[in-house]
Design a protein around this ligand. Structure first.
Ligand code: AMP
Ligand code: MG
Length: 403
């Protein structure tokens, strides 16, 4: 292995370098029904006031507050979807349903359960008497949620299920979103067999490709899988170059370290990609590579599955979101350590899998290192321990990032 290919940098620098290279891949129009998981390429404005009219929040009687002390004549029944025909004047009221237009003259709605009703067959008059104690206005006023023309969703918003009804409300049935980048996934390693196969004595099952595909599926990316490349320079080159031809982003696993048969950096270099870094001062996840040319991006993730899982969360996902036009800022929860968390070496930034108990305290889970994929079974999240720090004391604040 030629050492000129190794560049160790800090994790924050690695993230910044990758994010600075990211670009979007064009714009397409989608139906609002398919908007969840996409990123808006334009702002969305309301086409009308919301509510569009003064609206009853209750089933009841629309009337004037000053008339409540006396019986009121019922003049009309207003259904939702039908405008009122009459104004409410002194001593009058209109029966009204939730969601109906408040008639002119009325300044509140009393609830149907707070009223008695008497009908005279002789006069044909129905009298409503308020018998409740409390009166709320029970009117949602026109424009109190939104004014016509107001921006409700900014360009760059990552749309979620919560945004679908908002788009429906303002009639944005087609929206411009950034195109999803195409992503290829390829594993390297002579020792790998696919999960459905029975491994030989020196073989293991390929976990990384499937975990990456699952992690990216959660963000709406439908990866193309290219299988396992044997640890052979020519095979690695031809499989990488095929996968690169078809995709905007290629995610490789394994073959990035210092081993005799780790061909990925040399192959990418020979294919004309710039390798921005291929070692990151992070634990786990040190043998992580990022390469690019004018059109394509490659992440070379570590072979060890925990490293690969973490680097997908911490480096690849922010990058892909940026390529989708979104500045991803994943939530972290500031909680307290329920036990002392200690490590021997502190020369790299550490990410440690943790669980959160029912009282919100944070505990380490059994973790034997970057190959120990079972450690993630009970993990609620991961915490950072900075370079130079060896311990977190009981009760200390920690930021838990869900995984
Ligand atoms: P490498 O980075 O290729 O040297 O691999 C480091 C370690 O991760 C080795 O123990 C590999 O067997 C293991 N490994 C590599 N690729 C995978 C994979 N796709 N699934 C599970 N383990 C892997
Ligand atoms: Mg390998």
């Amino acid at each position: 292995m030629i050492l000129k290919y190794f560049f160790m940098i800090n994790f924050d620098q690695a993230l910044e370098i990758s994010l600075n290279q990211a670009f979007t891949f064009g714009i397409e129009s989608v139906s609002f029904e398919e908007a969840a998981g996409r990123v808006l390429a334009e702002s969305v404005r309301s086409d009308r006031d919301v509510p569009p009219f003064n609206k009853s929040a209750m089933d009841g009687f629309a009337c004037r507050r000053q008339d409540l002390a006396n019986p009121m004549h019922l003049i009309e029944v207003i259904q939702a979807g039908t405008p009122p025909l009459k104004s409410v004047t002194e001593g009058m009221c209109s029966q009204i349903m939730t969601g109906s237009v408040i008639p002119d003259g009325a300044d509140l709605v009393v609830k149907v359960e707070d009223c008695s009703r008497e009908h005279s067959e002789i006069s044909g008059i129905t009298e409503i008497r308020f018998i409740g104690e409390k009166t709320n206005v029970n009117i949602c006023y026109q424009g109190e949620d939104l004014k016509a023309g107001e921006e409700i969703l900014a360009a760059g918003t990552l749309l979620d299920t919560r945004h679908v009804p908002i788009l429906a409300t303002v009639g944005s049935v087609f929206i411009n979103v950034f195109r999803m980048p195409s992503v290829g996934v390829l594993s390297t390693g002579n020792e790998l067999v696919e999960p459905g196969e029975t491994p030989g004595i020196s073989q293991i099952r390929n976990t990384n490709a499937y975990q990456t595909i699952a992690q990216l599926a959660k963000m709406g990316i439908d990866c193309d899988y290219y299988g396992i490349a044997a640890d052979d320079e020519d095979i690695t080159r031809s499989m990488i170059s095929e996968a690169l031809q078809d995709n905007d982003i290629l995610i490789l696993s394994g073959g990035v370290s210092m081993g005799e048969f780790d061909f990925v950096p040399a192959v990418l270099d020979s294919l004309g990609l710039t390798i921005a870094y291929n070692q990151v001062a992070v634990q786990p996840g040190k043998p992580t590579l990022f390469g690019y040319d004018n059109h394509k991006f490659v992440f070379g993730l570590p072979g060890n599955p925990v490293s690969s899982y973490f680097m997908t969360e911490l480096l690849v996902k922010p990058f892909i979101y940026r390529c989708m036009g979104h500045f991803w800022n994943p939530p972290v929860f500031r909680l307290r350590a329920g036990e002392r968390i200690f490590r021997n070496k502190s020369n790299r930034l550490a990410w440690i899998p943790v669980r959160i108990d029912r009282s919100g305290m944070v505990y380490q889970i059994e973790y034997h290192g970057s190959a120990h994929i079972f450690s993630l079974r009970d993990a609620d999240g991961i915490i950072q321990v900075p370079i130079g720090q060896t311990e977190i004391v009981i009760g200390e604040s920690v930021d838990v990032r869900p995984i």
